[in-house]
Design a protein around this ligand. Structure first.
Ligand code: TA6
Length: 264
C-alpha cells in the first residue's frame, strides 16, 4: 500500500497525501474552511484563470474562481501499480476554457493540469498549483534549485522589487517571491529529516510563499503558529509567463513531488 490521500470536489483540491513511512507531505490548516465561496487553506489549490488580482490587477476572487468551483469527477481508479488516480474537469464560459485535472497518488505525487481554449478567440490566462508543503520548522529549511534565478519580490517593504536569488532560499521573514524558473526545487527539512523534491514541466514560474508571523496572524483560516509548519512551492505560469491559447489549443502543466528520507 503506497499510503493515503484525500481530495475534495470543491476546487478539485487535494488536501492530503501521506506516502507510507512518512508524515503527511501536504500542509492543511487546522482552521481550513470547507464551505462554498471559501478556498481551502492547504493542500494543492488550483489557481486559474488568474493569479492574485490577475494581469489587470483588479480581478476577484483572488487567485481565480477554479479553487472555489465544484469540479466534476470524471474518473477514479487504482492503476496496475496500485497507485490511485482521480480525474476532474471544469468548464468556464468567461474565459472560454476547459480544465482537465489528473492526480496520481502513490510513492510519488503527480498532478497534471491541462487547459483548452474552447472558444473562438485567443485566450490569455494565468495558472498555478499553489502547493502547501508540510515542514517541521520553516526557519530551519533550505530550498535549493533557484540559485541565480530572477524573481519578483511581493513582500518587499516598498512594493514589487526585482532581484536575483543568491544561493539557497531560507525563511527568516515573510517570503513571497515569483521566480522566473523551470527548475526543480528541493526542500531540505532537517526537523522532519526528509527532503521533498518538486519538479515540473510546462511551468515557467515558481512561487515561494511563507506568511511569517504577522500575515499568519491576520489570516482567519490560518493558525497564528502554523506559519512555522509550512512553505508553499507553487508551479505555474503567471504575469509575463501567462499562457496564450488560440482556439482549440491546449497547454499542460505537470508537477511531480517526491519525498525522501535523505536526498531524492
Ligand atoms: O502565492 C503567494 C500568494 O499570492 C501570496 O501573496 C498570498 O496572498 C498567498 O498567495 C495566499 O493567497 P490566498 O488567496 O490563498 O490567501
Amino acid at each position: 500500500m503506497w499510503g493515503t490521500g484525500a481530495i475534495y470536489d470543491h476546487g478539485a483540491q487535494l488536501v492530503e497525501w501521506t506516502p507510507a513511512g512518512h508524515p503527511g507531505v501536504l500542509f492543511l490548516s487546522r482552521h481550513a474552511r470547507f464551505e462554498p465561496g471559501s478556498a481551502i487553506r492547504g493542500g494543492v489549490p488550483i489557481v486559474l484563470p488568474w493569479f492574485g488580482a490577475g494581469l489587470s490587477g483588479d480581478r476577484t476572487p483572488a487567485h481565480g474562481f477554479a479553487r472555489l468551483s465544484t469540479w466534476q469527477l470524471v474518473a477514479e481508479h487504482a492503476d496496475a501499480g496500485g497507485d490511485a488516480e482521480v480525474a476532474y474537469t471544469l468548464s468556464s464560459d468567461e474565459p472560454r476554457l476547459r480544465a482537465d485535472y489528473r492526480v496520481i497518488l502513490g510513492r510519488d505525487l503527480r498532478v497534471r493540469l491541462t487547459v483548452e481554449n474552447t472558444g473562438d478567440e485567443s485566450v490569455r490566462f494565468e495558472e498555478a498549483l499553489h502547493t502547501y508543503l508540510a515542514v517541521g520548522d520553516a526557519t530551519r529549511i533550505n530550498l535549493t534549485g533557484l540559485d541565480g534565478a530572477e524573481y519578483l519580490d511581493q513582500a518587499a517593504p516598498g512594493g514589487l522589487v526585482r532581484a536575483r536569488q543568491q544561493g539557497d532560499v531560507s525563511i527568516t521573514s515573510e517570503v513571497d517571491r515569483i521566480y522566473d524558473s523551470t527548475a526543480a526545487v528541493t526542500i531540505v527539512d532537517p526537523s522532519l529529516q526528509r527532503t521533498i523534491e518538486v519538479s515540473k514541466r510546462g511551468s515557467a514560474s515558481t512561487i515561494v510563499w511563507n506568511p511569517w508571523r504577522e500575515k499568519a496572524a491576520a489570516l482567519a483560516d490560518f493558525g497564528d503558529d502554523e506559519w512555522r509548519r509550512m512553505v508553499c512551492v507553487e508551479s505555474g505560469n503567471v504575469r509575463d509567463a501567462a499562457v496564450t491559447l488560440v482556439p482549440g489549443q491546449r497547454h499542460t502543466l505537470e508537477v511531480l513531488i517526491s519525498v525522501c528520507a535523505t536526498v531524492c
